[in-house]
Design a protein around this ligand. Structure first.
Ligand SMILES: [Zn+2]
Length: 607
């Protein structure tokens, strides 16, 4: 099983015994400086260490439950479809998160999927001292099931007043529930300022990992203006690629008590030793976080989890086995393999020249599924014009492709920036600013014609071998067929005679109504996060993603509490190099998450 061996190899190669190079050689070998000393590091080393398990007694938990429990009354749990047990007790991690957040006045909660983050977020305003108005942010794909979940827990627990809800009980805090998408919308620019929460709760907090995104900017601006606001941030995968993904969330939740650096440049520096990458820096001063022989990621994770205000899970929420197997859907048609090679060389099957490696990879992923996207011309431009347009576009794209292959420089490192630099190079009167110019020889020809033709994308099918294989899978067993591309999902669904659930609110509501007695085809983008689909126990991942965090989410749809089958299975199509590479990358990123976040990753549960 060569493939499985390859997948297992994700640790750095060990040195042969007795041949350990000195640090200086290590430094020149990796080309990166070791992490240096900083005031942030000495602050973090001086933070008190706390044993969470010993911090609260059983009596503390019982007192909390008594305080939060709703008066006994009728409930609809047994009548739900499928029927659900009455949620009458808090899970241990839920109780610890609530107790610790109220003691510290903020919380960083690396808590995996299936550990009941939802109820934790609902109850948080009830325990946070002097909370009056709270905002809970959730991913948009959790909205369709929100009301049902709120009612389910609300029958047994005393929840805050829901803003815009049916009833209002004086004296209780008000909770606004808002999707991250809404925070991104134009009219939400002053949303937080209008609500003025004294507590912000983030479920799946990695939705605010990118400080450059407008939603994160709005969130950060509010905390800058009102630094007394409390933050509770929960996520199963705070960092999917870098500790940079959540250093800002840790700072806002725990302030001077944050176990991550507060200064941006120190976060960057730590990332060179902790983050996955081709060239990793020696840990240097970060060794101070580690026991002898301990990996620097594990030392960092242990220090983080022993910090006041951090409540982390370190076990999978479900101890049922998860079996992940590669699937080889018959021989790949030779024509398809040839087109994939062509795509990696920079050319689409219809002759279009790519500008960037990313486009080539995207096209090869489509071809691995049997099709590619090209253009059609609904405005009816004459063929000669299209031909000329196409030739000039191809020449331009080729020149951009070649330019980007070389050393990348500021203001010249993307097709868009190269276009701007080419425009500057051809200005009259000549450009005199300080940005670089690019004297591209094909620019003038392309600039004259590029508006004359307006193509639209269209899927062109080369082979349906993968469609047939997935349809066969869906007909011979009951499970979820996961796909990246809607056109692929629709074809498989039609061939198998089962429904396809793509994007949109209607599909999100309908997929939750599935009984689990027939197969379905589902869009990864639309349904792989947040939804409870434990009525299914088999998965076929037709187009494997390369993102480890997305895999964790996808597998947790079915490998979660409430699963009645003895075991959950996932088959992963591995018939082209593009799909095996994606799966290897996903496992490397899953290993990073496991080591730095301390979260068991489902992708690593099976070998
Ligand atoms: Zn009940």
């Amino acid at each position: 099983m060569k493939l499985l061996q390859r997948l297992g190899v994700s640790l750095p190669p060990s040195q042969p015994p007795g041949d350990v190079p000195p640090v200086a050689e290590n430094y020149s070998r990796t080309g990166r400086s070791p992490v240096g000393w900083s005031s942030d590091l000495s602050r973090i080393l001086a933070l008190p260490r706390r044993d969470l398990a010993a911090s609260y007694t059983a009596a503390d938990v019982e007192a909390l439950e008594a305080q939060l429990r709703a008066p006994a009354g009728p409930c609809g749990c047994a009548a739900m479809s499928p029927a659900r047990p009455c949620p009458t007790r808090l899970r241990r991690v839920q109780a610890l998160a609530l107790l610790e957040a109220s003691r510290v006045g903020g919380l960083l909660g690396p808590i995996g999927t299936g550990h009941g983050k939802e109820l934790t977020t609902f109850l948080m305003p009830m325990v946070m001292p002097a909370c009056r108005v709270a905002v809970l942010f959730i991913p948009a794909n959790l909205l369709p099931q929100f009301t049902a979940e709120w009612d389910y827990y609300g029958a047994h627990w005393s929840l805050p007043n829901l803003a815009g809800g049916r009833w209002f009980r004086p004296g209780l805090p008000v909770l606004h529930v808002i999707s991250y998408n809404k925070l991104s919308s134009q009219e939400a620019t002053d949303l937080l300022e209008r609500i003025r929460p004294d507590l912000v709760i983030l479920n799946e907090a990695h939705n605010l990992k990118d400080p450059k995104a407008s939603r994160t900017g709005r969130f950060l601006r509010y905390f800058e203006k009102r630094p007394e606001t409390r933050l509770v941030a929960l996520s199963g995968t705070f960092a999917s690629k870098s500790i940079k993904d959540y250093a800002h969330l840790s700072r806002l939740a725990l302030r001077e008590g944050s176990p991550l650096p507060l200064a941006h440049h120190v976060v960057e520096e730590w990332g060179t030793a902790l983050d996955p990458g081709k060239v990793i820096a020696p840990p240097g001063a970060l060794e101070r976080l580690c026991e002898p022989e301990e990996h620097v990621r594990e030392g960092f994770c242990r220090r983080r989890n022993n910090t006041r205000g951090v409540v982390a899970t370190d076990e999978s929420a479900l101890d049922k086995p998860l079996v992940i197997r590669p699937r080889y859907p018959g021989p790949v048609p030779a024509e398809l393999l040839a087109l994939i090679e062509l795509a990696h060389g920079g050319e689409r099957p219809d002759g279009e020249q790519f500008q960037e490696q990313l486009q080539a990879i995207a096209c090869a992923r489509q071809l691995s599924a049997g099709f590619f996207h090209r253009w059609c011309y609904p405005r009816g431009e004459p063929p000669e014009l299209i031909e000329e347009w196409f030739a000039k576009r191809k020449a331009w794209n080729k020149e951009v492709w070649e330019e980007l292959k070389g050393e990348r420089r500021e203001h010249l490192d993307s097709p868009g920036l190269l276009t701007k630099a080419a425009i500057r190079a051809h200005m009259s009167p000549p450009y005199e600013g300080d940005k670089p110019v690019w004297d591209a020889s094909t620019w003038t020809g392309w600039a004259e014609i590029h508006d004359a033709v307006q193509p639209e994308p269209q899927a062109v099918w080369v082979s349906d071998f993968l469609v047939q294989d997935a349809a066969e899978w869906a007909r011979t067993q009951v499970g979820i067929v996961w796909v990246e591309f809607p056109e692929l999902g629709e074809r498989i669904a039609r061939a198998a005679g089962v429904p396809f659930y793509g994007g949109g609110r209607a599909a999100s509501e309908a997929i939750l109504q599935e009984s689990g007695r027939r197969s379905i085809v589902a869009s990864i983008k639309a349904h792989a996060t947040g939804k409870n689909l434990q009525q299914f126990c088999r998965n076929l991942v037709v187009t494997p993603p390369s993102d480890g965090a997305l895999w964790e989410q996808l597998l947790a749809r079915t490998h979660r509490p409430g699963q009645r089958a003895a075991c959950v299975e996932a088959e992963v199509c591995q018939h082209t190099r593009d799909y095996t590479d994606a799966f290897v990358t996903a496992r490397e990123r899953a290993l990073f998450i496991k080591q730095t976040d301390g979260q068991i990753q489902k992708l690593l549960l099976t070998q």
